[in-house]
Design a protein around this ligand. Structure first.
Ligand code: SF4
Length: 377
């Protein structure tokens, strides 16, 4: 089983916190769609006969494409790869692009899952983040989409400056009122060179506060657990049968093909990443070249990635898998390194599977790095 991700590198405006790759100039949108289709065809032998289980249009803002462009991209995958009978086909969409007409068009296409970039149901948060939509549009888009799609996810951001615990709880309760099966939620992080980083540096706004974010995370995970959602990865919560197949493919080290500027790929041994520039990407593809850099992962790299992603998920890190795939030395190492975190109630063993506790989840990236192996193989 494998996954295909298609990166649409355009956005209407730049959100203040965002460091994804996108351009706000739409001049080359048509040429880009053609180049994406060309790359899909160019790489058709890379999945080595694996069937495609999920197709994901992410970005950027894929909902800036018109329905014809979206269909062309998905159809090109179908024409060049083996796709399973009922694949998950997701479109990331922003609320301001989800008019009723647009939703009806999408419902008639092969898209069967919408991931809506809500981020907050409060105008003050949306303004602070420079989102292109308002709170009313966020609510309307979910209501309308729910009439045509069963499989809907929304994104919410916590730890936003000035957001109290009470307001965060209201945001979650508003999300729950729509009865959607999946929620992705992330802490606001300050990425270098973003407008947010610049404002903080100049003292225009306060820095984000880790303790606030941690409190918000616990409110989120407790409230969603009570409402029947499983936190299957620290930022992803789903009802049974609605865990994202696309995201799960990454966390379970399945093969995936990343199409488009800045998109990443993985074939089990090598990780590749496409150039993060629209003009350079377009020029390379026009010449029939792949603008991609590739790194062969060592055994240690693969162990470290497995530990990092495994600890973030409900599937945890299996000692048997570590011994089988990487050797006893790695098994002994992780058992030993995990001890102090078990003692501090941040990790625990469930049989031979190492998992993060409720308290450990929010801190899991730091804990995982302590279990990383260095300088072997
Ligand atoms: S819409 Fe999404 S990708 Fe575009 S700037 Fe905002 S957060 Fe980034």
């Amino acid at each position: 089983m494998s996954a295909i991700y298609i990166h649409i590198p355009f956005c209407k405006q730049a959100c203040h916190y965002c460091d994804f790759h996108f351009s706000t100039s739409m001049g080359k949108k048509e040429a880009m769609v053609q180049a994406l289709m060309d790359e899909i065809v160019l790489r058709k032998n890379e999945l080595k006969g694996e069937v495609v289980e999920t197709i994901y249009l992410g970005g950027g803002t894929p909902s800036v494409l018109d329905i014809g462009e979206i269909n062309q991209l998905v159809d090109t995958v179908y024409a060049n790869y083996r796709v399973i009978q009922n694949p998950e086909i997701t479109l990331e969409a922003n609320p301001d692009d989800l008019s009723k007409n647009r939703i009806v068009e999408l419902a008639k296409s092969r898209i069967n899952r919408l991931s809506i970039g809500v981020q907050s149901f409060f105008d003050e948060d949306l303004k602070l983040m420079n989102r292109a939509h308002n709170a009313l549009e966020a609510e309307e888009s979910i209501k309308d989409a729910s009439q045509y799609f069963k499989n809907i996810s929304i994104d919410l951001i916590y730890g936003i400056l000035g957001m109290t615990n009470a307001r965060w709880k209201q945001n979650i309760e508003k999300a729950l009122s729509f009865n959607i099966p999946h929620i992705s939620s992330y802490a606001l992080t300050v990425e270098p060179k973003t407008a947010l980083a610049h404002f903080i540096e100049k003292g225009v706004v306060q820095n984000v506060d880790d303790e606030v974010a941690q409190a918000h995370f616990h409110i989120l995970s407790d409230t969603l657990a009570d409402a029947g959602y499983t936190c299957y990865e620290i930022s992803n919560f789903g009802r049974p049968g609605y865990f994202s197949k696309n995201n799960t493919a990454y966390w379970q080290q399945k093969m995936y093909l990343g199409i488009g500027p800045s998109a990443h790929s993985y074939d089990g041994q090598r990780r590749g990443w496409n150039i993060r520039s629209n003009p350079k990407y377009l020029r390379a593809i026009a010449k029939g070249e792949l603008p991609m850099e590739v790194e062969v992962l060592s055994k240690t790299d693969r162990y470290n990635e497995y530990v990092m992603t495994g600890l973030r998920t409900i599937w945890g890190v299996s000692l048997e898998k570590i011994r089988g795939h990487y050797g006893d030395v790695y098994g002994q190492y992780i058992t030993q390194q995990a001890e102090k975190h078990i003692h501090n109630h941040l990790l625990y063993w469930d049989g031979d599977t190492l998992l993060a506790t409720r308290k450990g989840k929010f801190l899991v990236d730091g804990i995982a790095s302590d279990l990383f192996m260095v300088n072997l193989s």
